[in-house]
Design a protein. Sequence first.
Length: 229
Amino acid sequence: MVFMGADDIRRALRGSVYSKDSDALLALIAGEEWPHDALQLIGDGLLDALRAGIGAAVPAACDCTTRLRERAWEGDHTLADALDAKLGTAPLPFLRPLPVDLDLLTTALETERFTTTVRINTATGEWADSDSEFDNPDDQDEDGWLLVEGQGSRDGYHDMETFIDRLDDDTIADLLAVAIQGRGAFRRFKDTLTRWPDLLEAWFSFSEDRQLGRARAWLADHGYTPTRG
């Protein structure tokens, strides 16, 4: 068996999910040890496998719902509900499907508040810059568009604080706590983490799953559930 480092695992997981290679995904998560900070990514892949009628995905999907509910990050219960509905163990959520790229949505949501506004076509998932015609959120569904306004960096900053709190090494934690003070906190945080490549990769995985969960929760709050073509 070839040893895979954290970077290799995350890259392989992303590749299997985004290419809808369910066999590869199931092989990567076989066994008890799952990447704890990749449950949103894994859950998306398992949803695709269930939609494709792959019976071997059923036990893994059941396991994933349990892990998501136990972890309970923002968006985890929403994804667990979607998996349970696809498994037939819970009713379908009252959410409309939206063919949206969650990675793009996370970027749009975490830009500075009020400086970026885009819109998503609720039928096609097409993205477009907003203009005055679409600036009234009360009209967005009537026009067939979902308005997305930047929420700012507060959640991302909280992610850094949470990641630091999880570290066992007090020396590294103290260095990172200093790095996130003041302007340029995100850049200094990543620059400091480059001294420990494994921790940097752990941060990327942690941050990505937190962002995916928040984007999923934001869509649910607006009455949608993400789908991928």
